[in-house]
Structures are given as C-alpha cells and as structure tokens.
Design a protein around this ligand. Structure first.
Ligand code: NAD
Length: 400
C-alpha cells in the first residue's frame, strides 16, 4: 500500500508504519545517548502507553533504566485498506526493539477504564513480574464507560464564560476564529469523570488489593497548567477542572501508598504536539508560538526529552523528589520562564495569515503533527509498504 497523510480537521486518518518505527528508534537513541538511569524502576506499568507522554515514559523506563514494561492502550490494527493507528505501529516497534534487547514487554489492547482490563493486567503482573515498582497513568480519552456501564464524554469547553480565540487549519495554514459557549455543569462533571483522578484511584486500589505494588512503588499522572493565554480554554476550562481532580486524587492516594513506602505524584509537563493536544481549541496557535521561541532559545523539548528529564532530574535523581508548594513535580519550568512567556504574550493577538510563518513555528507544529503519524524525513512515501504490522498483544474483551 502507498501511504500518504490524509488530514481531516485535527485528525490524520492514515499512519506510516516505517515512519512510526523510525520515530520510536529516534526516541530510543535519544534515551540511550543520555546514559544509563541507575536508580530507575525495574518493572513499570504504563496506562496509556502508545502515544505522546505514555509511550515516551515507556521508552525512557525501558531503554534508559532497563525496565520491564506492561503497556495498556486503545489502538487499532490495520484492516483492509485502512492503516493501523500510529500508536499501534509505535507499540509494535517498541515491543520488537525491547524484546531484541532482552527486555520483557507486554501489551494490552482494551479499555483501561474497565474492571476487566485491571484484572487482566493484575494476572499478567502476578505471572510475569510479581510486582511493579512504578505505575504511570497517561490516559487521554474522550469518553469513559463507568463501572455501572453508562458512558460519559469529556468536553473541551470554557467554564463560566464563552471562549473565542484563533485556531490554525492544519491543512491550509489558514487562521480562523473559534467560539465556544461555556460548558453546562453536567459537561464539567462528565469531563472530570473521564479525565480526572477517579480511574487512577481505581487502578491503584485494585493493584494494592491484589498485592502487586512493590515496596516503595510510585505512581505518576500527567497534568498541564500552561500559559495564561490558554487558561480560558484549558486551566480554567472543563479540562482544567479534571486536572484539579488529579491533585485531589494524588492527595487521596498518599495514605494507602505510604503504607508501602510509596508515593503518588502529579507531574506538570510541557505543552506539546500529541494526539490529545491537537484536539484542544486554540492550542495550535499557542504551541506554534511556543515552538518558535523555545527553539530559538535552544530549549525546545519533545515528549522523550521531558520524560527522560523527569526520570533523571526529578523522580530518580536520588534524595527527595523536588516538588512545588502544591506537591507537584514541575517539568514545565522552561516553558513558563518570563523569556518564553513574554514572547507568547507579546504576539498572541498579533498573529495573522501574513506573519504566521515569521512570528510562529507553524511549520514545525505541522511537521510534529505529521511525524506523530509517521510521516517523517527519511521515509519514502512513494514506496509500497505492508500496512498490516503484527504485534503481540493481549486483547481485553469489552465488559458488558
Ligand atoms: P495521547 O493522545 O498521545 O495518548 C493517550 C493515550 O491514552 C494513548 O496511549 C491511548 O491509546 C490511550 N487511551 C485513550 N483512551 C483509552 C482507553 N479507553 N483505554 C486504554 N487506553 C486509552 O495523549 P498525551 O498528550 O500523551 O496525554 C497523556 C497525558 O499527558 C494526559 O493526561 C494529558 O492531559 C497529559 N499532558 C499532555 C500534554 C500535551 O501537551 N500533550 C501536556 C501536559 C500533560
């Protein structure tokens, strides 16, 4: 099959297997070049392991610290003339590379919110690892089936006041205004149920009950605070309310985990192009400005640089983990410097179709979007490739 990018709105409906594998190789090479992570966890469960921050954490743990990994994700294989999803190809490449280095790597394709996924993962931990030293919760989901079987959806909306802002069309590079009415109280509550801390707590409770968390086990969950220019839609919006709930959950997890000598951390990461981020209204403009100024300052990072810095300079640096006054681990320190934010604030309302390419790095933003789907330099998009890439994966049947 000849595979080219097919972009619809903020989605690309195709992915390139060779490019996705190359992306994984580049991340592995980066991690290896940083040297061995001596005090890292040996057995890691990653919930949401196939994209963005979750995949990068898996790569850092495995190729930096030699960890055995268990990854849970929601991805689809190729079928007929449809390519697999990027996370399928990347997880297949990760698994092959990890096993080639003698590292245990198991994959679960299924709904992480379901009780059956939790129980199936516990079975696997018991039979192959005994226990885990770290649980990384890195889900970004649009909907969740609750334990009672009902479905709730998250909404990306402002709270209290309407939002209007500029967005950039990925295909044409045209800028247009988006306006959103404030979320209803139900939409806020539903977004918290999908993207808040409840399912993280359910996972930890199930793992604790099963006795599969090792002494000293830590668990992390990723959050975003970002710049004040995005607060109306992010930090003060429905997703921000869900992220607030992570702080609540981390506090609630403190007592049960401290019995094991463990801890729960909310880690504040940098704004980056991932599948989840590309769906947030207004993020395209913010990230294009951010990429421009951070690249110019030599401070641009991708997911893999962020997760490797998280391991080496925060979680496993030795001694107490450095946290802010709210108890969060901060990896957004470079993004939030005045030198970066002054640039963003100064140009936020100035960007238009004429100066998009000079004031922002929209081309870098678009390239990051294409790379996320495997359309990277070094991949021959004219080549006839086999889209059906097998992966050793445990499929967890849907719970009904
Ligand atoms: P992503 O879209 O790249 O990855 C999401 C992961 O969740 C994928 O592995 C996907 O398969 C999995 N997933 C989604 N629904 C699932 C389900 N029902 N069952 C099993 N797996 C499921 O997203 P990301 O940007 O890496 O987001 C991960 C976390 O990082 C989120 O909490 C996000 O808010 C946070 N974060 C992201 C950014 C950013 O700029 N991208 C910044 C800071 C924090």
């Amino acid at each position: 099959m000849i595979i080219k990018p097919r972009i619809r709105g903020f989605l690309c409906t195709t992915a390139h297997p060779a490019g996705c594998a190359l992306e994984v190789d580049q991340q592995i090479n980066y991690v290896k070049a940083q040297g061995r992570i001596e005090n890292g966890p040996r057995r890691v469960l990653i919930i949401g392991a196939s994209g963005g921050y979750g995949l990068a954490t898996r790569i850092t743990a495995a190729f930096g610290g030699g960890a055995e990994t268990l990854g849970v994700f929601f991805e689809r294989p190729a079928e007929g003339n449809r390519t697999a999803s990027p996370g399928w190809y990347k997880s297949a490449a990760f698994t092959e590379r990890a096993r080639a280095e003698g590292l245990y790597a198991a994959n679960f394709a299924g709904d992480a919110f379901s009780e059956s996924s939790k129980q199936r993962v516990i079975e696997e931990i018991r039979s192959h690892m005994g226990q885990v030293d770290m649980v990384v919760y890195s889900l970004a989901a649009g909907a969740r089936t609750l334990p009672d079987g009902s479905l709730v959806r998250s909404a990306l909306k402002p709270v209290g006041e309407p939002f209007s802002g500029a967005t950039i069309d990925l295909n044409s590079g045209e800028m247009r205004e988006v306006s959103l009415e404030p979320a209803s109280p139900e939409e806020v509550a539903d977004t918290v149920r999908v993207m808040g801390g409840e399912d993280w707590e359910l996972w930890i409770a199930a793992l604790l009950k099963a006795g599969v968390l090792a002494p000293g086990c830590i668990t992390t969950n990723y959050t975003y605070l970002g710049s004040e220019v995005t607060w109306p839609i992010y930090h003060h919006g429905t997703i921000g309310k869900a992220k607030e709930d992570l702080d609540r959950a981390a506090r609630a997890l403190k007592a049960p985990l401290s019995e094991l000598g463990g801890a729960a951390y909310v880690c504040v990461m940098k704004g980056l192009m991932t599948q989840a981020a590309s769906a947030i209204p207004g993020m395209s403009l913010y990230l294009s400005l951010l990429f421009k100024v951070m690249k110019e300052q030599g401070k641009h990072e991708d997911c893999i640089e962020q997760t490797t810095r998280l391991f080496t300079s925060r979680l496993f640096a030795g001694g107490d983990v450095l946290v802010d006054e709210a108890g969060r681990v901060r990896l957004d320190d470079w993004e939030l410097t005045d030198r970066v934010q002054d640039y963003v604030r100064q140009h936020w309302h100035e960007v238009n179709g004429d100066n998009l390419d000079t004031l922002t790095d929209f081309s870098g933003y678009k390239q990051a979007f294409l790379s996320m789907h495997g359309f990277v330099d070094g991949v021959d998009e004219e080549a006839d490739v086999i889209a059906d890439v097998p992966m050793d994966v445990i499929t967890v049947p849907e719970q009904r």
